[in-house]
Design a protein around this ligand. Sequence first.
Ligand code: HPA
Length: 270
Amino acid sequence: MIEKIKAAANFIKERFDKKIDLAIILGSGLGELAEKVKKPVIIPYNQIPDFPVSTITGHKGRLVIGELKEKTVLCMQGRIHYYEGYDMKKVIFPIYVIRSLGIEKLIITNAAGGTSYDYAPGDLMLITGHINNTGVDPLRGDNLDEFGPRFPDLTTVYNKEFIKLTEEVAKELKIEIKKGIYCGNSGPTYESPAEIKMMKSWGANAVGMSTVPEVIAAAHCGMKVLGISCITNFAAGITDKPLTHDEVIETTNQTKNKFIKLISEVIKRI
Ligand code: HPA
């Protein structure tokens, strides 16, 4: 895996060789932020050796590297998910590639379902912690010693300073932002109402099908993470309404301006 990570990183370095300040993973429907990048170098995932390619509507599948708010950023416009059938090593591969480019800061975004009326469609939620309910640890198997320890610690991965900064920025911009726990499930089936009841009792405020594997890998290689969920729907059983991917995309479309405004200012100051 190390060789493959290095080959993918070198492929990117050949196309963009300046220092990159931070990376951003843009979730379902949130990819538009990448369109704001100036002088972009665009690299489709399918051109990068061994890089996984996303198959989902609303995910473009390319790196957009360039200037955004006086910072040099690498945007992952679309990500891949465990439910697409990739094994976890493939899901976390991009994180190690990003780390190999010397990047230490990661903003990670997703669409998620809210497990109560306090986390409603259109809300933004700062992730303060997660529950890995995918059924696997993405680091199972040989440890990549070059990147981090066999038994990584997750205590501080959701960086407290990043959270504080984002709260300050949100206040200044008069954007309401919540804080909460994200429970990552494997998908692709939405959770059942009974499962949502259980996850809520565990302390989950939002549920989704991404982020947790990538954050674990980021913690492994010593990165600082800011996680933001865009609540796109009430999780199953909170209302009687059935869940659809169309609703997820529709809500991100309605929320993305607020999201872009917030993230842009955070990028400037992070
Ligand atoms: N559950 C899981 N993943 C999701 C949801 C949800 O309710 N909404 C958006 N992604």
